[in-house]
Write a new protein. Structure first.
Length: 528
């Protein structure tokens, strides 16, 4: 079956071949890397996705997984070939009985949430899946699928079902149906006493490559060393808020026969039989238009991408027979500047946006979650929704850090040692600045780091009548000091809107425009 996306929703889709350039210089820092070093470089690029809340996934599927069959817009289902759940409705719920195609749609953790080991316990003392964020609602791997198929998958490993050992099969249409039953994967036989009695789930052939590339993404995006939100509790263990810290673990640890539980090597997380099978699946089912279109929407929804979709065969450079071959990201390489001291005005002009014409003035549309990024004196400054953030705000005077919003500084060929913030009034008395590394005292950060992520501590909103009050921290300026300044200090001037054209990441584009989404005078437009 042709997996070309047929949708009435307009999605700009780039035709990406192996080692092509998908989005400006997004993968630039992975250029020339090999093997484990390449995987870690990709982790640094795609980590900390700005995931939406788990409950918002129902609505996100309308733009991430649309399909048109016989003139009907439906949710794209990779487990069932007969489900026809419509778009633009509240898709979850259950029908009667246990019949595929009518019982309802569910949010399927293709990497089951039962494999997560939450690192924090709530007041009750029991750990919950919701504590494992952002993996819990990362739309790359939380896919929509029929409830009956999802229930038969349960938390079983992906593997291949032995001939005649299927306990359940999906309904017709696929060349080889989704099924659940006894395992026949030969490499696993040495690890499992009776593999044919070990229950596994085998997806249909049409989407095995899609799911393999999702697993490659998960193993890459959640290496140790990411910005994590840690609950703050009172003496009675009641959760009073959260603060952001740099975690030396990923969101829990994987517990599944598909992973090598004895390995401490983040570059080689899979069990040998599993990586061999996933690599085979990826080769037999190449990247499709469906995956490319979904990847573009994911970039919009949570501000990161699946590099294994952007670069077909990328897994060979990390786990396969090309581990000694340097990765070529497909774009031009220019000499990276060395960071220097600078003062930066934090407002909408600096980030090249104008949201004043929106229904809620100076707020960004919730579904446009790609990060805003600029470079000043060799320091990259990125303003982002952050995990499950609901608001992103910038006006002519300031930006605001609402719950989970992040402001990330990356120094090139140097280290950050001091950042002084100007924080005006009108802030909630419980809101204060936190950082991934280093120390903050009286709105001044000190430390030694090439990257530091700033956020405000999480404070639960309260209600005044029927109005939710979202607390925030205002930032109007920051003064950045680096370890080895050159003596050249610049002030970021407030930008006057003109006819310059920017990418979604804030890069000025010169010359003819390639197909994609751009910003001019604060408004987006599409070049096809």
């Amino acid at each position: 079956m042709n997996k070309t996306l047929l949708s009435t929703i307009i999605v700009t889709c780039l035709s990406i071949s192996a080692m092509a350039q998908p989005t400006a210089t997004y993968y630039r820092n992975a250029h020339g890397k090999t093997g484990a070093e390449l995987k870690s470089a990709l982790f640094q690029i795609i980590k900390n996705p700005s995931v939406i809340h788990y409950d918002s996934l129902w609505y996100a599927y309308n733009i991430s997984d649309p399909r048109n069959i016989d003139g009907q817009d439906i949710i794209w289902d990779m487990y069932s070939n007969i489900s026809r759940y419509p778009l633009y409705t509240y898709p979850h719920g259950t029908g009667a009985g246990n019949t595929e195609g009518v019982k309802g749609i569910q949010r399927e953790h293709s990497m089951p949430k039962k494999w997560f080991n939450p690192t924090d316990a709530p007041a009750s003392g029991s750990k919950t899946y919701q504590d494992v964020r952002p993996m819990y609602s990362d739309i790359v791997h939380v896919i929509p699928t029929d409830a009956v198929c999802n229930n038969n998958r349960s938390d079983l490993c992906y593997a291949e079902v032995a001939e005649g050992q299927a306990d359940w099969e999906s309904e017709g249409g696929f060349s080889k149906k989704s099924k659940q039953g006894g395992c026949s994967t030969p490499e696993w036989a040495e690890q499992v006493a009776n593999p044919t009695k070990t229950r596994v789930f085998e997806p249909n052939d049409e989407y095995k490559g899609d799911l393999a590339r999702i697993y490659f993404y998960m193993a890459t995006c959640y290496e140790p060393g990411y910005f994590s939100w840690v609950p703050v509790r009172d003496a009675d263990k009641k959760k009073t808020g959260e603060i952001g810290l740099l975690s030396e673990n990923h969101c829990g640890t994987w517990t599944s026969d598909m992973f090598d539980l004895g390995s401490e090597d983040a570059a080689e997380p899979f069990a040998p039989w599993a990586i061999d099978m996933l690599m085979k699946w990826a080769k037999n089912d190449p990247v499709s238009d469906k995956e490319r279109a979904r990847n573009e929407v994911i970039w919009q929804l949570q501000g990161n991408r699946n590099p294994f979709v952007d670069y077909e065969g990328l897994e060979d450079y990390i786990w396969g027979d090309k581990q000694e071959v340097p990765f070529d990201y497909g774009g031009e390489m220019t000499e990276e500047p060395t960071s220097d001291n600078c003062d930066v005005v934090l407002n909408n002009a600096t980030f090249g946006v104008d949201w004043s014409g929106t229904d809620t003035e100076n707020f960004r549309d919730f579904w446009e979650r790609t990060p805003l990024s600029i470079e000043q004196n060799g320091v990259t400054i990125t303003f982002n929704y952050g995990m499950e953030g609901k608001c992103l705000y910038a006006d002519e005077n300031e930006i605001r850090l609402y719950n989970y919003n992040t402001l990330t500084l990356n120094a090139h060929n140097n280290e950050l040692v001091k950042v002084e913030f100007t924080i005006p009034g009108n802030n909630h008395d419980k809101k204060y600045l936190v950082s991934s590394v280093g120390e903050i005292d009286n709105n001044v950060w000190t430390g030694n780091a090439t990257e530091v992520i700033f956020a405000s501590n999480y404070v639960s909103s309260t209600k005044s009548g029927q109005v939710t009050i979202n607390y925030y921290l205002e930032l109007s300026n920051m003064s950045i000091t680096v370890a080895n300044p050159t003596g050249i200090e610049q002030m970021a001037a407030e930008r006057v809107y003109d006819d310059r054209t920017y990418t979604l990441t804030g890069i000025v584009v010169e010359g003819p425009l390639q197909p994609g989404i751009y910003i001019r005078n604060g408004r987006k437009f599409v070049v096809k």
